[in-house]
Write a protein that binds this ligand. Structure first.
Ligand SMILES: C[S@@+](CC[C@H](N)C(=O)[O-])C[C@H]1O[C@@H](n2cnc3c(N)ncnc32)[C@H](O)[C@@H]1O
Length: 253
């Protein structure tokens, strides 16, 4: 999964927002940074370009992501870690960063309490989360194609998880319950550019948990072909673009 994620999804979805988050991080002039749910390191690399003097610990729950990330971005100190139970001492980081990871944490207040614990007194927690599915041109096209191809049995992962934590009031309440204060919540829309609709479809079908939902079906290959064709019909052939909206949050103790 890390290879498909890195090849098809990172350049289109994650690198544009990594540049945005890295620029915001650089403005805070951090010396010690902890990145949560770092995946294959899209933000890690952008951060190390924007703040080359920072000492960066990049962490992720998934060992395969940590391995892929440490090969891709060896300048960071990579650690396998569950955001809800961080293996770090109190107060050691002046910035905790997380790009499109909080939606995956089953107990977000627990993760935010851990962020609070490892933050230095004046530290900042900077993270982003996708907006509703309808505000992501590629995600919406994929989910529609999936539902048309699998009426009544389409996996709802994309709608429910990456795009299921998009209400800033809910995020603010979770932060407050962990003793953090929300300082800013800013909606950001960037344009995603992909080499083809088929490449984006391949990314969703092989680089996300949708892959596991299809793999045991006898008709998996036909379904993947149908979803790819429907996405191409909707988005067009050749290079395709679509708007992608997220909210960027800044919090502190
Ligand atoms: C959509 S990816 C984002 C990766 C990376 N931040 C990026 O921008 O490419 C979500 C990541 O969250 C990680 N993740 C899921 N649950 C986690 C948890 N409880 N603690 C830490 N990481 C987790 C996954 O392994 C995955 O790498």
């Amino acid at each position: 999964m890390p290879e498909a994620y890195e090849r098809h999804l990172v350049p289109v979805f994650f690198r544009p927002f990594a540049a945005d988050l890295a620029a915001r991080a650089a403005a805070l002039r951090p010396r010690t940074v902890l990145e949560l749910a770092a995946g294959t390191g899209a933000l890690t690399s952008a951060l190390l370009i924007a703040v080359p003097t920072a000492s960066v610990v990049a962490s992720d729950l998934n060992e395969a992501m940590v391995t892929a990330g440490s090969v891709r971005e060896p300048r960071a100190d990579w650690r396998q870690a569950d955001a809800q139970e961080l293996p770090f001492e109190d107060g050691g980081f002046d910035l905790v960063l997380c790009q499109f990871g909080v939606m995956f944490f089953p107990d977000r207040p627990a993760a935010y309490a851990e962020v609070r614990r490892v933050l230095a007194p004046q530290g900042r927690f900077l993270f982003n989360s996708w907006g509703p599915l309808a505000s992501h041109g590629f995600g919406a096209a994929f989910q529609t194609a999936l539902e048309q191809s699998m009426p009544g049995s389409a996996p709802s992962f994309v709608k429910d998880v990456p795009h299921g934590y998009c209400d800033p009031a809910v995020v603010a309440a979770d932060l407050t319950s962990a003793g953090l204060t929300l300082a800013a919540a800013e909606e950001v829309t960037l344009e995603g550019v992909a080499e083809s609709a088929a490449s984006v479809a391949t990314g969703f079908l092989t680089g996300t948990p949708v892959s596991a939902a299809l793999q045991d079906r006898e008709d998996a290959q036909a379904l993947r072909a149908a979803v790819t064709q429907r996405m191409t019909d909707r988005l067009g052939t050749g290079r395709v673009t679509a708007p992608m909206t997220a909210t960027v949050y800044t919090a502190h103790k």
